[in-house]
Design a protein. Structure first.
Ligand code: SF4
Ligand code: SF4
Length: 376
């Protein structure tokens, strides 16, 4: 049971949202065989899964120096313990970022360090057994890879990277997560997470054009697949479906229109979010990233701008160039990718966007990074 009297927890008292320990055996649904197979993973737990898991871990730690550094450098200072929303919500000690990392670290030590191989008990090294596999599935899927804990770690240890590696290993032995893997399959075949096909996208955009005209009396276009536009806007498909009126497509369209920018959306790259990151699969991340590159080339745009989504931005900013670059066919005067907030800020700075301050007379000065745009 968690000791609430430790100095860190006394300093930042925790009020668990649910009873401690209740989530201990909580697991997301395991992906069905056909979902796994569709995106290139074994359909179910392979017979020699321990061997496959250790081999995959070996590949990952030899390929990623960052991962090795993260595994080797934790001093158990505890600064990260109360920084994870899963821990705050569940008060389950295994949801502390350091404990989550240790699930991976203990196995890494057992198979890839001298001390762990010969004196496992002395260094807390553990076997990759079925109990460990189940713990991995439960706790690495209770990490949203938000990177909040890494901001507070004096060594910058990034639990998200460790979670990504663990999930990649889980997928490689045939135990994937239903939600992410089903979405990846849809995005790879249709182009977006919601499975919206071109006619549905077009229909939404036409409806939004009518709404804007009705509201403002101004004809504002929301183009799809327009060749030779300057900007390719890549935005989460949720913007088409869930919240187009609140902060999504209508807002973007108004900004581009007011600033006189030429832009387009793409039916081929109609998804900014890249769920490949959530399962740590480089190959799957690359397939989605390449759709954006292909759309940019096909449409002949000069810039790529990402709409609002912290996760999408995190993948784009950190990985898009590695996954799908070089983008030497784009205008070198703009970064690749660019965030819609950067575009808007730049337009305001250059007086290309005039704001009616009287429309918002309450001053609000606040910075939230709940969606991890800044950390991304
Ligand atoms: S990356 Fe976010 S969700 Fe994952 S352990 Fe750290 S704080 Fe928790
Ligand atoms: S803050 Fe960093 S060094 Fe300290 S326990 Fe957490 S991961 Fe380890």
């Amino acid at each position: 049971m968690l000791d609430f009297e430790t100095p860190v927890l006394k300093q930042y008292p925790i009020i668990p949202l649910i009873q401690p320990g209740v989530m201990a055996h909580s697991k997301p649904y395991v992906a069905k065989p056909e979902i796994q197979g569709k995106i290139g993973f074994p359909e179910e737990l392979v017979e020699n899964w321990q061997e496959v898991a250790i081999k995959k871990m070996g590949e990952l730690v030899s390929k990623s120096r960052a991962l090795r550094v993260f595994l080797d450098s934790c001093v158990k200072c505890g600064a990260c313990t109360d920084k994870c929303h899963y821990f705050l919500g569940t008060a389950d000690p295994k949801n502390m970022p350091v404990a989550r990392q240790d699930l991976f670290r203990d196995v890494y030590r057992r198979y890839f360090t001298f001390a762990g191989k010969y004196f496992p008990k002395l260094v807390g090294a553990k076997e990759m057994d079925k109990e460990m596999l189940d713990d991995w599935y439960s706790y690495f899927h209770q990490c949203s890879q938000c990177r909040r804990c890494s901001v507070y770690c004096p060594f910058g240890i990034d639990t998200a990277e460790i979670s990504m590696a663990a999930r990649e290993i889980l997928d490689s032995v045939g135990v994937g997560q239903k939600y992410c893997n089903e979405i990846i399959g849809k995005a790879q075949t249709i182009g977006n997470n919601l499975g919206l096909r071109e006619p549905a996208l077009l229909d939404t955009l036409e409806g939004l054009e009518e709404d804007i005209e009705e509201e403002t009396g101004v004809v504002v276009r929301l183009p799809l697949d327009q060749k030779n536009a300057d900007i390719l806007l890549v935005t989460p498909s949720a913007d088409f479906f869930a919240e187009p009126h609140v902060d999504g497509l209508i807002g973007y369209a108004k900004v581009f229109h007011a600033a006189g920018l030429s832009w387009t959306l793409s039916s081929h790259a109609s998804e900014a979010a890249n769920f490949g990151m959530f399962i740590g699969s480089h190959e799957n991340m690359q397939i989605l990233a390449m759709r954006i590159r292909d759309a940019a080339l096909d449409l002949g745009v000069k810039r790529i701008v990402f709409g609002e989504c912290g996760h999408a931005w995190s993948v784009a900013y950190n990985f898009l160039n590695t996954l799908a670059g070089p983008f030497d066919f784009l205008d070198p005067n703009y970064p690749v990718p660019q965030h819609i907030c950067e575009v808007t800020y730049d337009l305001i700075q250059r007086d290309l966007l005039t704001l009616d301050k009287s429309a918002n007379d309450d001053k609000v000065l606040t910075f939230h990074d709940s969606c991890n745009i800044a950390r991304g």
